[in-house]
Design a protein around this ligand. Structure first.
Ligand SMILES: [Zn+2]
Length: 124
């Protein structure tokens, strides 16, 4: 069971210092926007540190794009009350402690693991 993060805890995690150097473990992800986790990527190098899902909260599928972005935009806002952030877990690279968001998209015939680097400047 992952720890449910409050907004302030999430902001604290997001604003913790991020490494400036390339990391041999996670630099292959390079995902300013949401991307499907590459099949070759070793997810074991990420450790979960919390979740933005709130147990028992009503499902919400709206997205928040006040500036004409879409879910794939690299500058799409990270609005934790909105989809898909309200279903995301927060991860950290075990090697460089870079932070990531992950959620699983369940389509009709597929399951898509998606990941996005956590950029504190985009949190609304
Ligand atoms: Zn890393």
């Amino acid at each position: 069971m992952l720890k449910e993060l409050s907004r302030s805890e999430f902001l604290e995690i997001a604003s913790s210092p991020q490494p400036k150097t390339e990391c041999s473990k996670c630099s292959s992800l390079v995902c300013s926007g949401w991307e499907t986790v590459p099949g070759s990527f070793d997810l074991d190098c990420l450790k979960p540190i919390g979740t933005l899902r709130i147990e028992g909260a009503p499902e919400r599928w709206e997205e928040n794009h006040p500036n004409g972005t879409n879910i794939w935009s690299e500058n799409a806002p990270i609005s934790i009350e909105f989809h898909p952030y309200n279903r995301s877990d927060v991860y950290e690279c075990k090697q460089c402690s870079r932070k990531y968001l992950r959620y699983t998209e369940y389509g009709g015939y597929y399951v898509d693991e998606r990941i996005r680097a956590l950029d504190p400047k985009l949190i609304t």
